[in-house]
Design a protein around this ligand. Structure first.
Ligand SMILES: [Zn+2]
Ligand SMILES: [Zn+2]
Length: 299
């Protein structure tokens, strides 16, 4: 027989429903409510476009709750780095201690919301250029809550489209007709995107990239290039380059400065290519010819 649900819990759930409406999920077992899940956003009034961060809050109503502290998890954080998450966790722990014996879920939600409102700017870096988001940057939040400088995302989408077009041109025309149309995707999670390329393209480059010292191919970088070329050659020899030959853009690719417009260091890049070929041939004796080095989508 299932035990009766603590009245304090049923009252709490009723109150939550009145406040949060249908936006939260209660998971149940045969013994009653087991956990509560709610996606917390910063307070920005009704302006959803200004919400740059979010996190899924899960409160597990462990046996004995509310006389025992519930277990609180923060999942799928978007735009929040580990430091912010750790600070929220510390505050939650204190809140749980202070409220032992009374329902605390709404208090925890509000605490997380306050923190998100304070950190409503993506922390961390743009994964395309690896520069931070700083004041003056034009950035975009995708519907999957990933952040990029608009400029960087435009470059990425353009490269993706070029790659698609190249692959398409290689196909016989009868196959081209059956190939799905090009689709923009998020570079982080591959969620489908439908963004206005022209608007993205008009954004200025990241502020930090403008102020950064010009790129120099240092001895350290050259050594790294050599090391990477050898690793790639080994992987190729084993037939294990991730994504090679798939329909989508290969996630692991070789890019080289000669693929860019400037091409000032193309000689070095060609050397790296040559190295990779040589290493591949060496690592796979007997193979008639080393596979051509894929030059990546960034052009
Ligand atoms: Zn960027
Ligand atoms: Zn995404």
């Amino acid at each position: 027989m299932s035990s009766p649900v603590d009245e304090r819990i049923s009252d709490e759930l009723e109150a939550l429903k009145a406040i949060l409406m249908d936006d939260f999920v209660v998971k149940k077992t045969e013994d009653g409510p087991d956990s509560i899940e709610y996606v917390v956003h910063p307070s920005t009034g009704d302006d959803v476009d200004q919400q740059f961060v979010c996190v899924t809050l899960e409160v597990r109503l462990v046996s004995g709750y509310p006389d025992v502290s519930p277990e609180v998890l923060l999942r799928n954080p978007r735009g929040l780095d580990d430091k912010v998450l750790k600070s929220i966790h510390t505050q939650i722990d204190k809140k749980l201690q202070d409220n032992l014996g009374q329902p605390v879920v709404y208090e925890v939600i509000e605490l997380v919301r306050e923190n998100l409102t304070r950190s409503n700017l993506p922390s961390g870096q743009c994964v395309i250029c690896l520069f931070d988001f700083v004041e003056g940057d034009v950035f975009i939040k995708t519907q999957c809550y990933h952040y990029f400088h608009s400029y960087c995302l435009a470059c990425h989408l353009k490269a993706g489209k070029n790659w698609y077009q190249d692959e398409m041109d290689r196909l016989p025309s009868w196959q081209q007709a059956d190939t799905p149309k090009h689709q923009q995707t998020c570079p982080v999670c591959r969620c489908r995107l439908d963004l206005d390329f022209e608007t993205l393209k008009s954004a200025p480059p990241p502020v930090d990239s403008i102020n950064a010292p010009p790129f120099r191919l240092t001895a350290e970088l050259k050594a790294l290039q050599k090391k990477m070329a050898e690793i790639l050659a080994r992987q190729k020899a084993k037939g294990g380059v991730v994504g090679m030959g798939d329909n989508g853009p290969p996630p692991l690719t070789i890019t080289s400065p000669s693929d860019n417009d400037g091409g000032s260091t193309s000689q070095d890049a060609d050397k790296a290519d040559a190295l990779a070929r040589a290493a591949a041939a060496e690592a796979a004796p007997g193979s008639p010819k080393a596979a051509p080095v894929y030059r990546g989508p960034y052009r």
